[in-house]
Each structure stands twice: as C-alpha cells, then as structure tokens.
Write a protein that binds this ligand. Structure first.
Ligand code: ZN
Length: 286
C-alpha cells in the first residue's frame, strides 16, 4: 500500500509536552504558533519506558530508532553517546537497516563537515550516526551541503563557522527546503536537531527562545512536505527538557509525536518511544 510513499522524520532532542505557563514553558508563548498547534494536537509518548530515573538521550534515541526498550535492555537510562553494549544493540537492528532490507532508500540528512565517516571518533558517535553507518556506511558531508541536499544540525549553519565552515549561512526556511528536497529523493529521510536539549540544560530563557524561533520557522516550512500527495511528516523527541525551564535536567514529561499527511491516522494509538519504528515498518510491510 505504500508505493511512492516518502517520509520525512524530524527528531528534536529534549522536547517534551509541558504546561501552559509561558514563564516555565517557553513553547507556551504566542510567538510559536506552529509549534503550539503541533504540540497541542500531538500524540503523547512515554519516554520513561518503565525504567527508574530521568530518561536520557542514548537509550531514548535507541528505543525510538530500533523499537527495542533500550533502557530496559541496558538496565538504566544512558545519556549522551552510546557505550559499546548499546552501540551493538543499535547496529544489530534499526529503522534504516529494516527499510534498506526492504529495498527502501534511507538517508540521514545531517551534514558532517570536512570529515570522512571513519574519522568520526567512535566514542563520539550519536545513536543516529551509529545507525546510519551500520546501515549505509556513510554520512552526508560538505559536498551535499553545498548542493542543498543536507542540513547542519543547527539548521542555519551559523554555528558551523567556528568549526571551520566557510560557506554561506541559510535561513531556517531555506534549510527546510533543502531537507524536503532531500526527502523527495529518498523513501525515508531523518534529520536530528539537538540544540533544544542544550538550551534546556542551560535553562536560560532568552537562549531557549532564540533556539525555538529558529525551530519554529524551520518546522513551519518543513511541514508543508505533508501537503504533497503520498508524503508523511513525523516529528518526535527522546525525552523532555526545554519545556520546563525551572530545571536544568531532562523531565519525565511525555514527548510529542506529530504525524501529518498520508497514513497519519496509523500513528494515533502509539504510546511510547518503542512504538515508532515498528509503525513506520508496518507502513511498508502491509
Ligand atoms: Zn540532555
């Protein structure tokens, strides 16, 4: 049933469903109409997964992208970059590997700058990078970025200059255009944005609002992908953080699952992070 279906999957680190008080939750501010609307109508997903403690990135992202309860398998929530045992779990089976085995084209739209995949230090490989290298063997780089077929994790490339990037910056809308055109060339395109989690850890209001302003503009443009025929837009997170500026830590709030476009209704019953990958696989398998 999925012939011609193309999926754009935007992963936003540290974005939970918070309360309505804008002094605590910057997302409740009027200045983010798209994010407000999407979060209000999103399906809440449990990120705690029955394991004690605050949910963390490495195990949360692994659960999201493998469908396995990674914190339970590891016995705890693990932050940051996945250690060897978790890395092995991700490499064994994941969303990209499953879809590739079904003959589908997957890509990770994030661009690495001036670096070959083998130069990425093993201990600094995120879950998304581990998955991408295990399934595809490569990541996007400067050439794809220059061709408008990749996006830097910070969206506008402005944070890349200090890391040796010498090209132009782009607006959030231009970056969203690069992402949606990349998504047209693949069956599933994943993009990861983690500055929301960094902002949440700083718990600095002005910094968080600046970060969310970029995201608001980017997402407002990117969701237009779902208006095209046979296109599906997914946005979700690994755990809460930026929606509660009272604390510098992650939160136990559910994360939003935003699904727009073709087959969106098939995602409305999902309940936790482990449900997302199986639901995507089912679209292609049935
Ligand atoms: Zn974090």
């Amino acid at each position: 049933m999925s012939d011609g279906l193309k999926i754009l999957f935007v992963f936003v680190d540290g974005l939970g469903i918070g309360g309505n008080d804008p002094t605590i939750n910057p997302l409740a501010e009027d200045r983010f109409p798209t994010l407000n609307r999407l979060l209000r109508t999103a399906t809440p997903l449990d990120a705690c997964l029955g394991v004690e403690g605050l949910p963390q990135s490495a195990t949360g992202q692994a659960a999201l992208l493998t469908g396995i309860n990674a914190p339970k398998a590891m016995g705890r929530h693990i932050e940051g970059f996945p250690p060897p045992a978790l890395k092995a779990l991700i490499e064994e089976d994941n969303l990209f590997k499953r879809l590739t085995a079904m003959g589908k084209r997957c890509t990770f739209a994030n661009s690495y700058l001036n670096i070959e995949p083998e130069q990425i230090p093993p201990r600094r490989r995120s879950v998304t990078t581990v998955m991408t290298l295990s399934a595809l063997g490569n990541v996007r780089g400067t050439a794809e970025l220059e061709a408008g077929r990749a996006v830097t994790h910070d969206i506008t490339r402005s944070g890349m200059t200090e890391r040796g990037y010498t090209g132009p910056h782009v607006s959030p809308e231009e970056a969203a255009g690069h992402l949606t055109e990349t998504a047209e060339e693949n069956d599933l395109t994943l993009f990861e944005h983690f500055l929301t989690d960094r902002a949440g850890h700083l718990a600095d209001r002005a910094h968080s609002i600046a970060c969310l302003e970029t995201l608001e503009r980017f997402i407002t443009e990117a969701i237009r992908f779902a208006d095209r025929p046979n296109r599906l837009f997914i946005m979700t997170s690994d755990h809460g953080n930026i929606e509660d500026l009272k604390v510098r830590t992650h939160t136990m709030n559910p994360v939003p699952l935003v699904v727009l476009g073709r087959y969106a209704e098939q995602f409305s019953e999902l309940t936790d992070l482990c449900d997302v990958t199986p639901a995507i696989i089912r679209l292609y398998g049935s």
